[in-house]
Design a protein. Structure first.
Length: 658
């Protein structure tokens, strides 16, 4: 049998990467680290299992093309504009300031401007894959610091394409004027290709989708992605930029979600080869001989990025604690930085020592991110509390209200509650860390204050000691727990209502002192079963009694149905459900029952259901006489069992036109 080298290499890669990825997943580390470690182990500087990297690099380049294609698919101008200050201003300041500082440091150490600029680009980017994974696992994606982090990451992803184009033009070693002309040509070509592709590609997919053939659809995706990448390469742009343009062309179409679903498996598999190939380039001996120097670089990168993001957060008027959390979470170097590092090596912008130092440092910053993330909230609380004491003392004292409701968080739930309290003239105050929401609350006529509720001084400022109730409606589980403890300590008589997203937090929040915990998952379940019972014509008062009972018992029935003490109550409710029930039927014009008397309908004899009332023009006629004639617009009130009511309603429906 013919020996195929690439097949052997792929078997070795998979055989090593799978167990390493499993071990790292169990340890809570991202799989990207596993791919990089796989490359280190099997590469020429490790065990030497793979020495010919050309084929692996070729496949990895296809992975990068698919990766940029999906980035273009997920890019949305509307989504970017929705980020407003966080994405455009926050992300712009983070990338710009970080790049500028690194460039100045690079120039000070004697590096040429192109190399210093490359270093600035590499260090300014953070890992979208790692940070999103950690935020999702901890349920903090919609928290204030999660929202801040995602906004910055999205802006970084957009800047990445611009960085590619700049490095591609300055990396050739051309004079500054020629490099600027080349960059202008690249932008022009980029714009022309975008317009052409946006016009052509959706029409191709419109035709292909009509065929209803999945194989042709997938082949078309691959053709569009790789074909556009090849086309842009003819104009002097990189393959990655071409793939981004292709994704951008169909990002706003109705096919984008399906295209992402089809491409993701191929993208993830081939992109993993890219990270493995990067790991192969790391010289393990260099790493071992320069550990102190590399640790110093890693510490410098983390400190620089953390301080920069904290500063950006403060400019955007984010609380110090949340700015620190976001800064620590985004302090690593991102996966797209490896593409820039590889470009720098290809263009000769870095010598071997700088290349290996940057490569090893990038891997280390990603490896320590999960450990920093687990401690970021505690470190931020301690640092924010210590540094924020003086600032809080300088704040002017506000006259503290009394017997009021404090609403922490002005999202959907908080704003709805505030509106109801305003309409019912119940005194209340809103506390929010998002300045845009604070301004919106003030415009809507509420007393709203900017501040981090995890600080006792802030809670005292809104009158926590004299408040009647606190409603915690924020998507930050860590802050929720701290607010709960502080509120209970500052005012033991306070009624505390907490909203949470997840079932696992209910018991802990009750133990911390919450009077009512409203889990969104349970409330969804309650709404679902209430609607099902209504469709089965269970009386509304019985449904409401059951809902009230579930809430009074702290959702015990839903948390542990097999051991719940509510079984007797359910049995009694079942007996009630099986007894006589009520239903109503509206008589439309043109029904054959119109003009007939109750005696002529004879519903009781035919179906077993009894007409106990007829509502006419808003007035109820109870125990109607058998001679009463049914008129158009009447509402017939029926009494009977489930089966009897179903039969009566079906019989009445037959008599009416569709």
């Amino acid at each position: 049998m013919e020996n195929i080298p690439i097949l052997k290499d792929l078997v070795i890669i998979m055989a090593v990467s799978v167990p390493i990825s499993i071990l790292l997943t169990r340890a809570g580390l991202p799989t990207i680290i596993g791919f990089l470690l796989t490359g280190v182990l099997i590469g020429p500087y490790g065990l030497g299992l793979i020495t010919e990297m050309h084929s692996v690099e070729m496949l990895s380049q296809i992975g990068i093309v698919l990766l940029l294609f999906t980035i273009g698919l997920e890019f949305s101008v509307v989504r970017l504009l929705n980020l407003k200050r966080i994405g455009l201003i926050g992300g712009g300041l983070q990338v710009g300031v970080t790049t500028l500082i690194v460039v100045l440091i690079g120039l000070y150490w004697g590096e040429m401007l192109p190399t210093a600029l490359l270093l600035g680009f590499v260090i300014s980017l953070s890992s979208t894959a790692i940070v999103l994974k950690l935020l999702t696992e901890r349920g903090e994606l919609n928290s204030p610091h999660g929202y801040f982090s995602v906004g910055v990451l999205l802006f970084q992803d957009i800047c990445m394409v611009l960085m590619f184009m700049i490095i591609q033009n300055i990396g050739t070693g051309a004079p500054p004027l020629e490099a600027a002309k080349g960059l202008a040509v690249s932008f022009g070509a980029f714009g022309i290709i975008v317009v052409a592709v946006v016009y052509i590609i959706p029409r191709i997919f419109n035709y292909v989708v009509r065929l209803r053939n999945r194989e042709v659809f997938i082949l078309t995706i691959v053709l569009v992605c790789i074909g556009t990448a090849w086309l842009t390469s003819l104009f002097g742009l990189s393959l990655a930029i071409g793939a981004f343009i292709a994704g951008l062309a169909v990002s706003e179409s109705e096919y984008s979600n399906q295209i992402v679903a089809e491409v993701v498996p191929f993208r993830d598999t081939l992109a993993s080869l890219f990270f493995i190939s990067i790991g192969m380039l790391l010289d393990f001996k260099f790493f071992m001989h320069n550990i102190p120097w590399l640790l110093a670089i890693v510490a410098g990168i983390i400190i620089l990025k953390t301080i920069t993001i904290i500063g950006v957060g403060r400019i955007l008027k984010y609380p110090l604690r949340l700015s620190i959390v976001a800064g620590l979470n985004l302090a690593q170097i991102g996966e797209f930085s490896f593409i820039l590092i590889k470009m720098g090596q290809d263009y000769g912008l870095m010598d071997r020592w700088l290349y290996q130092s940057l490569l090893a440092s990038s891997i280390l910053t990603m490896a320590v991110t999960p450990f920093i993330y687990r401690r970021s909230s505690r470190l931020a609380f301690e640092a924010g509390h210590y540094l924020g004491k003086k600032a809080s003392r300088r704040e002017p004292k506000r006259p503290a209200p009394s017997n009021h409701v404090i609403i922490i968080g002005y999202g959907v739930n908080g704003s709805n509650l505030a509106r109801v309290l305003k309409e019912t003239a119940i005194p209340h105050a809103v506390l929010e860390v998002n300045m845009d929401r604070v301004n919106r609350a003030k415009k809507e006529g509420h007393k709203a204050f900017f501040g981090d509720a995890s600080h006792p001084e802030i809670l005292k400022g809104v009158g926590i000691e004299k408040a009647k109730m606190v409603v915690v409606s924020i998507a930050d589980p860590i802050t929720t727990r701290r607010v709960l403890r502080l509120s209970r300590d500052l005012n033991p008589a306070l009624t505390i209502v907490v909203r949470t997203r997840y079932i696992r937090e209910v018991e802990e929040l009750y133990k911390l002192g919450a009077d009512q915990v409203i889990p969104e998952e349970f409330e969804t379940s309650v709404e679902i079963f209430a609607r099902v019972l209504r469709d089965y014509r269970i009386p509304s008062n019985i449904i409401q009694n059951q809902i009230d009972f579930i809430r009074e018992e702290g959702y015990a029935m839903l948390r542990a149905p097999s051991t719940s003490p509510t079984s007797e109550r359910l049995t009694r409710l079942t007996a009630i459900f099986e007894a006589s029930l009520m239903d109503t039927y509206y008589v439309e014009g043109g029904c054959s029952v119109e003009g007939k008397t109750i005696a002529q309908l004879n519903l009781r004899k035919v179906t077993g259901a009894t007409i106990i009332a007829v509502i006419r023009k808003g007035k109820a006629q109870t125990n109607p006489h058998a001679d009463l004639k049914i008129a158009s617009g009447d509402i017939i009130v029926l009494l009977g069992s489930h089966a009897e009511l179903n039969s009566a309603v079906e019989l009445l429906k037959i008599s009416c036109p569709l």
